[in-house]
Design a protein around this ligand. Structure first.
Ligand code: CP
Ligand code: NVA
Length: 303
């Protein structure tokens, strides 16, 4: 049996990623007709969350319902995983009953272990290292608003976190230039920077970095799991807020994205989500459409 997982963007070819985004746009336009067809009737997704979520949980659960299937929320506090049952055993048992599994966890290696022992597709719904589902929605949003992102200048402002590292993978897979602007000590992994040096560079000054950008993206300063560093990070990132003055330096038709949840007054100024360049609500909604297309792709490609 061939099983296709989606642990990072690198699990798909550039052509497959384009195909998924194209299909997501199509599914968005034909939402009611596809729900009526119920193409994945009797298909069950397990959703394992070891961290909080609003968008990811609701988009996967609603998406499965709209495809005619069912989604099951699994909290580690309620299943034996939380009492020490090994992830390998959990993977074998879950995948013997489910058709597809989505996982949000801490260490990326935990997700990899689960995928290794799963006989059905596993989707990364965020780890400490990557958040590839969000990138599908972001790339869909850019495509809908401005067309191809190929050759564009994308600027990541802030922490070199899971979102930043997925943007790095996206730079290669979608062929755009990525500038990362962050304080010293908050860069993404060195190995990734080395491997992707023809697509990605670090520029310390945020005002230099965003000049003539086509897309500016940011995220919280303290990701889930880093809450105890909040005060230290607020100081370190003080010069890295995305605000109106920073967006003024970008191209006239530039876009602003944020995966949400956002902290107004920290990584963004108070009204930035309502800025004319902001497409954050469209971006959030596209999680639903992009993931439905991803589910369809993985189920059809695994047999
Ligand atoms: N952007 C995102 O993944 O949001 P949630 O944490 O609410 O799922
Ligand atoms: N970087 C954030 C993304 C949340 C969707 C976190 O990991 O908390």
């Amino acid at each position: 049996m061939t099983v296709r997982h989606f642990l990072t963007l690198n699990d798909c070819t550039p052509a497959e990623l384009q195909q998924i985004i194209h299909r997501a746009i199509e599914m968005k336009q034909n939402l009611k007709a596809i729900a009526h067809e119920a193409p994945f009737k009797n298909t069950v997704m397990g959703m394992l969350f070891e961290k909080s979520s609003t968008r990811t949980r609701v988009s996967f659960e609603a998406g499965m319902a709209q495809l005619g299937g069912h989604a099951m929320f699994l909290s580690p506090n309620d299943i034996q995983l939380g009492r020490g049952e090994p992830i390998e055993d959990t993977a074998i048992v879950l995948s013997s009953m489910l058709d597809i599994i989505m996982v949000r966890t801490f260490g990326h290696e935990r997700l990899e272990k689960l995928a290794e022992y799963s006989s059905v597709p596993v989707i990364n719904a965020l780890t400490d290292s990557y958040h590839p589902c969000q990138l599908l929605a972001d790339m869909q949003t850019y495509q809908e608003c401005r067309g191809s992102i190929q050759g564009k200048k994308v600027v990541w402002v802030g922490d070199g976190n899971n979102m930043c590292q997925s943007y790095m993978n996206a730079a290669k897979q979608f062929n755009f230039q990525l500038i990362i602007t962050c304080p010293e000590g908050y860069e993404p992994e060195n190995q990734l920077l080395d491997d992707l040096s023809s697509y990605v560079s670090v520029v310390r000054s945020p005002t230099d970095a965003v000049k003539d950008a086509d897309l500016v993206v940011t995220d919280v300063w303290a990701s889930m799991g880093k809450e105890e560093e909040q005060a230290k990070r607020v100081k370190a990132f003080a010069d890295y807020q995305v605000n109106e003055a920073l967006l003024d330096l970008t191209k006239n038709d530039a876009l602003f994205m944020h995966c949400l949840p956002a902290h107004r007054g920290e990584e963004i100024s108070e009204n930035l989500l309502e800025h004319e360049k902001s497409v954050v609500w469209q971006e959030a909604e596209n999680r639903l459409h992009a993931q439905k297309a991803l589910i369809e792709f993985l189920l059809n490609a695994s047999h």
